[in-house]
Design a protein. Structure first.
Length: 325
């Protein structure tokens, strides 16, 4: 079965499950530095050169490249951007208010100006400030209230590049797609010479660009789960871009060829944006938890927040016209 055939048949339920697993992986990965302090090696970091959370974020960007390119092809500009705004910002806005509440409960005492500045900077994604004065002060990872939000700026930036590329007809020119991937790969190799934000964006956009390519060549991309799983150990020795490609191909092959398990709720975004502040709160209330205990506890405690986010905020926003991917 090809990727195009799987998508055309509507076999996308397992992609929702895959995204939920990736969000959970980020929460699990962060339990190590949150329990033991900044710089603590996270799972898989020593074995593969990248932490579990790093691989999960790369796969998030790959899946976004695959799905957002399709959305950009079938929508006008206003429809496309309205859908993107409704998908990200209502849930983010409420999550920021909850994060602020949890930070205040931990003993943070920001002034009104600091709290408003923090909220506005985080909501606009222009320059997210992760710290609030006195928040989680006794925790090993003191002060940082919602670390994972950094990736949202890069996600929206990738949307912009993707929409422009589609609008210029790039998806109808295979050489142009290869050019985007080559340019992203070159940026990764030159990351040491780029400004900090561009250096962070480069590997994420490379994963996103490979998702764009998967959409363009979806009818030629044959999904072979056994071969994909056998090739997985190669990610340890391959360069970043190729390693992400192998991992993404394996995940797509398994997810789209396995019996479909449609979810009644899409909790992945909620798990991602609530996982960190919930874990920080648990460490504040129960200091001394080891990483495994924190991973399990914070993941279980994050689920109710994600359920609230989906049913009270995200789903109502997505129900509005043009809101779906």
């Amino acid at each position: 079965m090809t990727l195009g055939a799987a998508l055309a048949a509507g076999r996308t339920g397992n992609l929702d499950l895959l995204r939920l697993m990736l969000a959970a992986s980020v929460v699990i990965s962060h339990a190590w530095p949150l329990a033991l302090g900044p710089g603590t090696p996270e799972p898989l970091a020593g074995l593969t050169g990248h932490a579990l959370g790093g691989w999960a974020v790369a796969l998030f960007f790959f899946l976004s490249g695959l799905l957002i390119t399709a959305s950009a092809e079938r929508r006008r500009a206003g429809q496309f951007w309205k859908a993107r705004i409704l998908r990200i910002f209502p849930g983010l806005g409420v999550a920021l208010l909850v994060t602020l509440t949890l930070a205040l409960a931990s003993g943070s005492m920001p002034g009104l100006a600091e709290a408003l500045t923090w909220f506005i900077r985080a909501l606009t994604l222009v320059s997210i400030e992760h710290r609030l004065s006195g928040a989680f002060a006794a925790n090993p990872y003191a002060g940082v209230v919602n670390g994972p939000l950094w990736s949202l700026f890069h996600e929206v930036a990738a949307y912009g590049v993707c929409f422009l590329f589609v609008a210029l007809g790039g998806t109808r020119r295979p050489r142009a797609v290869l050019g985007v991937i080559a340019g992203a790969a070159l940026s990764v190799s030159l990351a040491a010479y780029l400004p900090a934000r561009a250096a962070t964006f480069a590997p994420l956009f490379l994963a996103f660009a490979m998702g764009m390519a998967a959409h363009v060549w979806r009818d030629r991309l044959v999904l072979r789960p056994v071969m994909a799983v056998v090739a997985l150990p190669l990610i340890v020795v391959l360069p970043w871009g190729l390693a992400v490609a192998v991992l993404a191909y394996a995940c797509l092959s398994v997810a789209l060829c396995a019996p479909e398990r449609a979810l009644s709720a899409d909790l992945s975004y909620g798990v991602y944006i609530y996982g960190w502040p919930v874990a920080q709160t648990i460490v504040h209330l129960h200091p001394g938890l080891d990483p495994l205990a924190l991973a399990a506890t914070s993941l279980a405690a994050t689920v109710p927040f994600a359920v609230f986010s989906w049913y009270a905020v995200e789903r109502p926003a997505l129900a509005r016209r043009w809101a779906r991917v």
